[in-house]
Design a binder for this molecule. Sequence first.
Ligand SMILES: [Zn+2]
Length: 200
Amino acid sequence: MSWVPSSLKKLIENLKKLPGIGERSGFRIAYFLLKDRDTLENLIESLREVNERVKLCKICHGFSEDTDICPICTDERRNSGVLCIVERPEDVNIIESVQGLGWKYHVIGGVLSPVRGITLDKLNIFDIRDRIRKENIKEIVMALSPDVEGDATISYILQLLSDMEVSISRIAVGLPRGIDITLMDPFTLKESILGRRKLK
Ligand SMILES: [Zn+2]
């Protein structure tokens, strides 16, 4: 194999760790960036900025920028009493894009999966009870992906909240089981929110 600078090899190795990037695309992106140094500089700047500024909100565990508490949690207009439980910070944006701005969110950071080492203590679920009390939450909407792990997580949260005065529903009516929520089109997602069914 011909000589390749070691720093370039390292870049390709790091690019390959990104989702959807294999050997060939890692190679192509690395060579593209070396040719287009402006884009390379901007990318370096963006990566540094996002790394320094974006953190997880101390209340909902979704994304926040520069502050400990995110703008969604400090938005006083979000007083509908609905708390939507999602798996990942990016799920908040997906739900918000079809649901509008009335809800609050709680990112649990994964779903129960003993096989992948995701146990209860790794999820942000124990502070949901506190939020229900402090923020006067009347309804919990579970927006977890409809698969076995999502179901197990929902069952546990139901147990955890069984003595609380709150109604609990889940989305995903009429959707094929096993589909990832990030892959749904907005229309289908909106339909499943409207068709959520009561669990408690
Ligand atoms: Zn927040």
